[in-house]
Every structure is written in C-alpha cells, then in structure tokens.
Design a protein around this ligand. Structure first.
Ligand code: GLU
Length: 444
C-alpha cells in the first residue's frame, strides 16, 4: 500500500501555525513512508473562498519547502460529489429536510429544556409525499441530511489509540444546503475515496466528524482510511490559540524574518516526546517523525521557543547559505564577518546592527576617555585574530584593570554596545583606523 495523505485547507483565510502543523504532520508522514502528499483545496464555499487565499496557501507552503505531489480543488470536482449523492439517495441514506434555522433552534431549546439531547429529531423522515409537495409548493427548498446508523463507530487512531464516537448522540449531518451547496462532510469523504487517501491526519476538533464520516465511507462502499487526530495548539499560557490564530499567520512570521526551518522545527516537535531543537532540514524531521511520540495533551506553541530555534538556525548557518542573503542586503562583509556575528543573531535582519559596527559610524560610549587613550597607545599593528588578547593583556599590565572594568569600556568604545560577539574576531574586522578613531573620540 502506498501511503497517500492530504492537507485540505479552506481558502477562506491565511494559513496560520495551527494549519501548518497539520500540513507538516501530513507531509512528514508521507516523506517518512515514501508516500504522496496531496494539496486539496476545500473551496466548496464559493462565497468565502478566494483565489488570493489559495495563492497565499501555496506561497506559504512553498516558502516552508513543503511541495505537493498532486493538487485538487473541490470546486472542480462537483460531479464526483453528485455521484456520491446519487449513491446515498439510492440507499435511502440522504433525505430532504425543510426546517428553517429558526425552527431548528426552537426545537433545540425545547429539547434542552426537557433535558433531552439537543439533536435533530428526524421529523423530516416522517413527512409524507403530499406534505413534502405542499412545503415545496410553499417555496421551501430542502437541505439534505445523511441518515446516521446511530451506532458506536470505532477506529484505531494513530494518535489517540482505540477511539469511539456514538453517532446516536449526533444530529444527522447536513450534507447539502438548501441553495444546493455542498457542506464539508461529503466532498471530503468522496475525495478521500476518489484520491485513494490512506491516512487522514488532522486536528482533534474533527473527531466527532470522523464518526459520521466513517459511516459515509461505508455507505459509499469504501474502506475508511486510517485516522490520526492531533491535539490542538495552545499558547505559552496554556490557553487555546484559536482566537489568536489570526495574528499567527505564516505570512506574518515570514515578514517578521523567521527562518522556515525554525517554524518547521517548532511545529514538528511540539506536543511530542522529542526535544525542541533545530532540525537541519525537512528530511531530518521526517526521519524522527512518529505519531507514537505524540501525546494526548495539547501542544504548546511558544513564540519564545520559536525565537530560540530561529537563533539556533542562524548560529549553525554556513556562510555559503547566508552569503546571497547578506549580499541582497548589501551586508556581505565576508566569511569572517558572518562567522563572527552569527551567534548574536535572533533574526537574520539583525546583521544590520553588526554591519554598522564594522563599517561605522558608531555612536561610541566613552565614559573614561583617559583609559581609552591609554588603550589606543597599545593597539597592535597589524590587527589579526590574536590581537585582542595581546592588546588587552598589555592594557591590563599598564592600567592594572581586569575583568569587566577592562573589557566593557573597550567594547563600548569600539561597538557602541554593551553586548555582542566575541571581540577577538570583531577587532580586525573593525580595522585599526576605525578602532583608533573610536578610542580617541574621533568619528569612526
Ligand atoms: N477543510 C477542512 C478543515 O480545514 C479539512 C478537514 C480535513 O482534513 O478533513 O478543517
């Protein structure tokens, strides 16, 4: 059996970290099993779906390096759903119902008041042909409901283990609205059958759907795929992320300057027993990917962790990888520069600070000019990687200063900053002329 999975976003908004976590689990599972990854655009809602959002989804996945083997739009597959509709109708599993939203709401409240489960009472199934005709003559158009078996549906979930949904406790799901539009439930199953999807990997908010959808698979004469329902994301505070997801779009993370591998490493590891660390590439994540490592507890998305992983990605980035990006910013000061500063970056854009430190002019901090003038007298010539320790030893010998009292004023005078990369490699990059100027209080 060839593994085939699908990521099925609705193009009604931007991809956020929650969607991408699902996409990534699908992608990694396919990669780890030599399988295929389908991008299925769930655009049955023609009013809310836009080509712009669809384009954004593809841009985001491409930026993250998640390519797809196949792409399909539900809006182009209506004949497949129509065929499924006919099959369900022929079996008496799809029936017309005429209640308005208000009627349904009234009945729901009544059921709750009587301490009954607020599920649809199937009144439509008891309508006679004549009653149906009368309603239609009255201008009512039916929506169509799937008649559930009302049984316990079982499956072996790759994350949750043995799982069960009692479809007797659910309303018969509406598959087709009164305007003829397909709702999510049926097209998803019809596509999973038609595309021969072997594993449906999605968030645990779909567990109840799965109960109904397994019944739809069976009604269509298909073997249900395997399911994996992943726990939802929560923020660092443990609160559900759902309301904040709008501000956690992939586009925003990209524009903020995060590295794709940092985003992927975070989303690929949270909620698993693996340590949160930066992966070198998607293949490295695929090798360790295993639903068995995924717990039942919510996965914690923490932007502080993302920043830490981003810094780690930059610390390990070879010059050859950084070079084109440095050049693009006019910040390519050579390999020695990159190696000297990369450990101080959280975001790539931070290079600008260090370019300024090297190229000047620097707003130096000169709290003790006499000390700096003394230091300037000992500056070695020429400067190389070993100059810093020779220089500071010489200053120590003549001034008696050591530790912070020795190093901090030098760092402040040379860089204008209290913290930064090791001074050893930085000093020759700053160069003797600029160093002297800064120590002596001239522009440099
Ligand atoms: N379009 C659905 C969603 O975004 C797909 C769910 C599924 O994977 O079946 O929730």
């Amino acid at each position: 059996m060839t593994v085939k999975v699908r990521f099925a976003p609705s193009p009604t908004g931007k991809l956020h970290v929650g969607n991408v976590r699902t996409a990534l689990a699908n992608w990694l599972y396919a990669r780890a099993h030599n399988g295929r990854f389908v991008l299925r655009i769930d655009d049955t809602d023609l009013e809310r779906s836009t080509a712009e959002y669809e384009g954004g989804i593809q841009t985001d996945l491409t930026w993250l390096g998640m390519s797809w083997d196949e792409k399909g739009n539900q809006s182009a597959r209506f004949p497949i759903y129509q065929e499924a509709v006919e099959r369900l109708k022929a079996q008496g599993r799809l029936y017309p119902a005429y209640e308005t939203g208000e009627e349904l709401e009234r009945r729901r409240r009544l059921a709750l008041a009587q301490h009954k489960p607020p599920i649809y009472d199937r009144a439509a199934l008891r309508l006679s042909n004549a009653e149906r005709k009368a309603l239609e003559a009255d201008g009512r158009r039916p929506h169509w409901r799937f008649k559930l078996d009302g049984k316990r549906v079982h499956w072996n979930d790759l994350v949750r283990g043995r799982s069960e949904v009692d479809t007797a406790s659910m309303s018969d799901p509406v598959l087709i609205r009164e305007d003829g539009a397909f709702l999510y439930t049926l097209p998803s199953v019809a596509d999973d059958v038609d595309m021969a999807i072997t594993h449906v990997i999605r968030g645990e908010d779909h567990v109840t759907n799965t109960g109904a959808q397994i019944e739809v698979f069976e009604a269509l004469g298909a073997k249900p795929p395997q399911f994996a329902h992943m726990p939802l994301l929560v923020g660092a505070d443990g609160e559900a992320l759902s309301k904040r997801l709008g501000s956690l779009s992939i586009e925003q993370l990209r524009e903020a300057g995060f590295e794709p591998m940092a985003v992927l490493s975070h989303l690929g590891k949270i909620g698993t027993s693996d340590a949160l660390e930066i992966a070198s590439d998607l293949d490295a994540l695929a090798v360790t990917f295993d639903f068995g490592k995924m717990g039942r507890a919510p996965a914690r998305y923490d932007s502080a962790d993302l920043e830490r992983l981003n810094a780690a990605a930059l610390h390990a980035m070879p010059y050859a990888v950084a070079q084109p990006r440095l050049a693009e910013r006019g910040a390519d000061l050579g390999e020695a520069f990159w190696l000297a500063i990369r450990a101080n970056l959280t975001l790539f854009d931070g290079v600008a600070t260090w370019v300024r430190v090297i190229s000047g002019p620097v707003d130096v901090i000169r709290e003790d000019p006499d000390f700096l003038l003394e230091a300037a007298r000992h500056l070695p010539e020429p400067l190389d990687a070993s100059s810093w320790s020779a220089w500071t030893n010489a200053i120590k010998a003549t001034t008696g200063r050591k530790g912070k009292a020795l190093f901090l004023p030098l760092r402040q005078a040379l860089t204008g900053l209290d913290h930064g990369p090791e001074m050893g490699p930085l000093l020759p990059l700053i160069g003797r002329e600029a160093a002297l100027a800064r120590l002596e209080g001239r522009a440099g």
